[in-house]
Ligand binder design. Sequence first.
Ligand SMILES: NC(=O)c1ccc[n+]([C@@H]2O[C@H](COP(=O)([O-])OP(=O)(O)OC[C@H]3O[C@@H](n4cnc5c(N)ncnc54)[C@H](OP(=O)(O)O)[C@@H]3O)[C@@H](O)[C@H]2O)c1
Length: 343
Amino acid sequence: MRAIVHTETGDSSALQLVDRPIPTPGPGEIRVRVVVSGVNPTDWKNRRGATANSGEGGETVPNQDGSGIVDAIGDGVEEFAIGDRVWLSLAAYQRPASGTAQEFTVVPVGRAFALPGNASFDDGASIGIPALTAHRALTSFEGAPTRLEPGALSGSTILVAGGAGAVGNSAIQLAHWAGATVITTVSGDAKAALARSAGADHVVTYTEPDAAAQIRAIAPDGIDLVVEVAAGRNMELDHAVLATRGTVAIYANDGDRPFALEVRPNMVLNARYQFVLLYTMGAEAIRNGASAVNAAIEAGALRFGEDAGVPFHHFELEQAAAAHEAVEAGAVGKVLIHVAAAE
Ligand SMILES: NC(=O)c1ccc[n+]([C@@H]2O[C@H](COP(=O)([O-])OP(=O)(O)OC[C@H]3O[C@@H](n4cnc5c(N)ncnc54)[C@H](OP(=O)(O)O)[C@@H]3O)[C@@H](O)[C@H]2O)c1
């Protein structure tokens, strides 16, 4: 089968198109014929050596997210049948040869989820990391439900930093579905339009000096939950708008500013800071997230593509290096690699 691998960490030129044997699923595993491989920032970070993730024979197949069709079942698997449409996430986590940038991959059943009938394979490869991360962030405040559903966030005011990002987009859509008032920040007009397409109630340009005052004007009692992509850069803004007993859920430090908190002002607020990392959030949070995300998709409340504020950018498997470069350069939307025809 055709596969993209790298044997060294480094820039995108490390990615090579090779022939690999088709893997066989073991007990508790399924084999998926990959249709679309989704690229996330973690994939180029891993390629550059963020994790020690080398595979058999030193070959690492990149990309955690994807979609496809189950084509073989290991012993003891009852959750799936051959022919099922699925979306994948964490495919390559601690399994370097199992990334989705290849025609077939084998994953444990817990990393595959039924692809709702109203979702395309492009949608399926866009779900995993962004939506599961957003779900975890949105369920991290004191007394939060473990699984979102309509009404679960009614009465809450949520600030999503970076609403045109992939995680930000999912956070807006899921929070809106769950009944929250959603405010988001962006860097300019084009991204504001994408954030509105996702369903944000209010969009604020964070580069404006009075951004905090604008958010306070919308939410005089403060923000109950911030979903944060740039913890260091937005530390002061977040504190300025946080409600008493509010939570800041931090899933990235884009912009790379140091993050350092003052004790007293946060203590006065009874503030909570929750760090979020998909790789270590645990099987239960992933199961709950996947089931909520699928319910939102089936309800038409979580969508992907230009109309939903997350435009697709398509590449072929042999263009995997260009796809990684696009994500690394900050592509706006979802970068997808077409691996094989659906039929
Ligand atoms: N912890 C986890 O499990 C987890 C999961 C998924 C992703 N991540 C990480 O999260 C980051 C974003 O991932 P992604 O896939 O959503 O990337 P993305 O699609 O590139 O989105 C990032 C967004 O953040 C915005 N942004 C940057 N600085 C900002 C600031 N100071 N205030 C508000 N918005 C800001 C960017 O737009 P502007 O620069 O124009 O504002 C961009 O829209 C990456 O570092 C990724 O590795 C972590």
